[in-house]
Write a protein that binds this ligand. Structure first.
Ligand code: 2HA
Ligand code: ZN
Length: 271
């Protein structure tokens, strides 16, 4: 059996959580990540037939029965994952009943997966339908993105358009735009269902006055999506109170989309 602490998926979670903490996006226990793993790869590191204990999930994830995920722990700080991954992360497998999970590794202090597990697993289901390659769901509280939700209308078209205008790369990175949910109580099945519904058509979902969800085939892709939104939100806030002398116009965005052969949301432009 190989050493689990050398597994690329454990090291990837350690590096990414540390990075996100240093970006200032994940204060205290803010943020959570889940990544679907390859069962055969996990079996190189763990006896997957010997679960440590059962975890009640409190919702139905039948479509994911047998799937294994590495997930940040509830109440755990991103800042601490690097120093003690076995306490701050867990590897779970959705059990045969679809409503409990088998803990295969981690949460060594008796912990549990993130309180946002419903939003994560339901979003995994949505994204796997949209793109079978999807593996990662990432939630975070990036400062400027969060600030923007206080001063910008929470309208998907308008929010996406404002971000697309802020950096040339934005429409290239997220041509599918950004889904927006109003403020809701977090950690509930309701916000999970609402997020997963948006994730059917968006790879990015804003939670008004809370944070953002991103996804991707790997940690870099999910991180890169959120990072690009956050950069654009920062530029928006740096310039929102100043007269706009120059901008990227909608005809410019059309040209960009042509040059990069983008399948973008054309109805989000005002032409
Ligand atoms: O895990 O970010 O949304 C802490 C949170 C809840
Ligand atoms: Zn949060």
């Amino acid at each position: 059996m190989k050493d689990i602490f050398t597994a690329p998926f454990v090291k990837g979670m350690m590096k990414t959580t540390a990075n996100m903490y240093r970006m200032g996006w994940d204060e205290r226990n803010g943020g959570n990540i889940s990544m679907m793993l390859d069962n055969d790869e996990v079996a190189e590191y763990l006896d997957i037939n010997k679960p440590i204990r059962k975890i009640e999930m409190g919702f139905d994830a039948k479509e994911l029965i047998g799937k294994i995920f590495i997930v940040t722990g509830t109440g755990k700080y991103f800042k601490n994952v690097e120093d003690d991954p076995e306490c701050n992360l867990g590897i779970i497998r959705v059990a045969e009943d679809g409503v409990t999970a088998d803990l295969l590794w981690g949460y060594s202090d008796g912990g549990r997966p993130t309180s946002e597990l419903p939003a994560h697993l339901m979003s995994h289901i949505s994204r796997l339908h949209a793109n079978p390659e999807n593996r990662v769901i990432m939630h975070s509280h990036p400062t400027n993105t969060l600030a923007m939700t206080y001063v910008h209308e929470l309208d998907e078209k308008k929010f996406t358009h404002s971000l697309w205008e802020m950096c040339t790369e934005c429409i290239v990175v997220f041509p599918d735009g950004i889904g927006v949910l109003p403020w809701m109580v977090c950690g509930t099945n309701e916000i999970g269902i609402a997020t997963a519904e948006k994730m059917k058509e968006f790879r990015l979902v804003i939670w008004g006055q809370h944070g953002i969800y991103g996804c991707g085939k790997d940690l870099d892709e999910a991180f890169g999506l959120i990072e690009t939104v956050e950069k654009a939100a920062q530029l928006y806030l740096m310039t929102a109170h100043l007269p706009r002398v120059n901008t990227i116009t909608d005809p410019d965005l059309v040209e960009l989309a042509k040059a990069f052969k983008l399948d973008y949301r054309k109805d989000y432009l005002d032409l």
